[in-house]
Design a protein around this ligand. Structure first.
Ligand code: NAG
Ligand code: CU
Length: 167
């Protein structure tokens, strides 16, 4: 294998790694409001239904220092609807991240007091990859948003790759 081919292959690996990094998203649960007692019972389900989640993304649960919350993952829609508390609670700390490491539906609640019934619950569909066909209906982002950043990064990666092959 010639050194040129070797470096081209290395560049392809780099490109792949870069694409993964570029496309992973950290989702702040509840946006700026955070993982706190919501103003109404649909706040978090509304938040989740306006987002697309993919494998490699993270959910970041941030709670106010003067509110006590946790994060737990019921196994089913029925348990989510009924606010059935699962045996395992992930965390009671003020900031907690959940890696979305597999595709499929996942359910999240707070198990403290009646917080779940008050709206601290939502479910998400994690897609195998960004833009998979079963994405929720989300209007395309304006050109100035993250996707053009992604495109820019892609372009930079490709020009890097070309330079390596030519060199
Ligand atoms: C719930 O609260 C949010 C934030 O204040 C608001 O945007 C939304 O319209 C409310 N939903 C309902 C059903 O009242
Ligand atoms: Cu809570």
């Amino acid at each position: 294998m010639g050194p040129k081919l070797m470096s081209s292959i290395a560049s392809l690996f780099l490109l792949g790694a870069l694409l993964q990094v570029v496309s992973a998203v950290d989702h702040d649960v509840g946006g700026d409001f955070g993982w706190n007692l919501p103003p109404n019972t649909t706040f978090f389900s509304d938040w989740a239904s306006n987002k697309a989640f993919s494998v490699g993304d993270k959910l970041v649960f941030r709670s106010k220092a003067n509110e006590m919350h946790d994060v737990a993952e019921p196994n089913s829609e029925v348990d989510l609807d009924g606010c059935v508390k699962p045996g395992i609670v992930f965390s009671t700390s003020a900031v907690f991240s959940v890696a979305l490491d597999r595709p499929g539906r996942r359910y999240f609640i707070c198990t403290i007091g009646n917080h779940c019934n008050a709206g601290m619950k939502f479910d998400i569909d994690v897609l195998a990859q960004p833009g998979a066909p079963n994405s929720p209906l989300v209007p395309p982002p304006p050109p100035s948003s993250a996707s053009s950043l992604r495109f820019g990064a892609l372009l930079a990666a490709f020009s890097g790759l070309l330079l390596t092959i030519v060199a």
